[in-house]
Design a protein around this ligand. Structure first.
Ligand SMILES: O=C(O)CCC(=O)N[C@@H](CCC(=O)O)C(=O)O
Ligand SMILES: [Zn+2]
Length: 333
């Protein structure tokens, strides 16, 4: 994969971020007077050195799944522009390149899905390579978000495996409520995110961890589909790129009336055994509607059926390990 990046002669900044090399960024922000920390490989923290300044804290993570490359390209461009004028940074910023080994291999994960490990109880995932990486990321996240009074944000940027009726959408931890949820939906709408799923089932994801542990307003954001470096349609991510650029340079969110279409999780499909079978193909596109009462999946004695209203299937994946989420069924909120 890295060789492919070289051959495509993509911009150096993409290669640096994909290889989690923050040397240039660290120098640039440090020379501009920021406190820069590199708590672990693939993690950069840039904070104001003035205690007087109360700035929003923004965490941007990419590559939590190694084959989801578009957000890496998008963020590399944003960081490269900021590095050229580092004084413009108006937020405290943390950048995480999630699963570096998987990025190098162009795979979703090496041993197991990193985005199910942001919790203390990992069951039989505890011995995987990704568990150690999750520990490192969680420690760095805790140090960045320490303290109760800051305005905290976390956008975990992904791409989806299959096509979607809404090419851009977000999964929003339902624990984010009230004005914080409104502000987050405003940010997502401004960024052109078409749908937002309110999720009450955290499933060990990174954005759910930041929300539950530190009160960060945030989401997992799907920006199009999985693709190789150099083959991504970054136009899909252009709205998010503009919105993040504005936020990082002003510390403020633009006013905005547009909101994503809001859904909420009606049921989580958990694969309990290798007998798990879905009633439709795993390439079924996200937000495909299923009629009330229809069969969703069978798993030994367990049968999943649509409830009393139309449900839409999101992330259908029967290939996950037993014990993990094999899909979400969502309804209009
Ligand atoms: O397209 C798929 O099936 C998976 C895309 C993806 O990685 N989605 C995230 C969503 C995380 C969340 O629910 O907040 C994931 O499954 O980890
Ligand atoms: Zn992902």
């Amino acid at each position: 994969m890295m060789q492919a990046i070289m051959e495509n002669s993509l911009h150096d900044s993409v290669r640096s971020l994909a290889e989690a090399d923050f040397t240039h960024a660290a120098d640039s922000f440090a020379n501009a007077g920021f406190k820069v920390r590199l708590p672990a490989k693939g993690i950069l923290q840039v904070v104001s050195s003035s205690h007087m300044l109360r700035r929003p804290r923004l965490l941007l993570s990419v590559g939590v799944h190694g084959d989801e490359t578009a957000p890496i390209e998008m963020l590399a461009q944003l960081l490269a522009a900021l590095e050229r004028e580092p004084h413009a940074l108006a937020v405290d910023l943390m950048v995480v390149v999630g699963n570096m080994a998987a990025i190098t291999e162009g795979k979703r994960f090496i041993d197991a899905d990193l985005n199910r490990m942001f919790r203390s109880d990992r069951g039989d995932l505890a011995a995987t390579a990704e568990a150690a990486r999750a520990d490192v990321i969680m420690r760095a996240t805790a140090s960045f978000f320490a303290g109760p009074d800051a305005d905290k944000w976390h956008l975990d940027l992904h791409t989806a495996i299959r096509p979607s009726a809404y090419p851009t959408f977000a999964v929003v931890p339902a624990i984010i409520a009230g004005p914080r949820r409104e502000a987050l939906l405003g940010l997502l709408g401004r960024a052109g995110i078409e749908a937002a799923i309110l999720n009450t089932k955290p499933a060990g994801t990174y954005s759910a961890y930041s929300a539950a542990s530190f009160g960060a307003a945030g989401a997992t954001v799907e920006l199009g589909q999985v693709g190789e470096f150099g083959n991504n349609d970054l136009g899909i991510a252009a709205g998010m790129s503009r919105t993040l650029d504005h936020f990082m340079r002003t510390g403020r969110l633009e006013q905005n009336e547009t909101r994503p279409r809001v859904f909420r999780v009606a049921q989580e499909l958990v694969k309990r055994s290798d007998a798990f079978r879905m009633a439709f193909g795993k390439d079924t596109q996200n937000f495909t509607p299923l009629q009330p009462g229809s069969l969703i999946a069978e798993d030994g004695d367990t049968t999943y059926r649509v409830g009393g209203e139309t449900e839409y299937v999101v992330f259908p994946n029967p290939d996950v390990r037993p014990g993990l989420r094999a899909g979400l069924m969502v309804v209009e909120d």
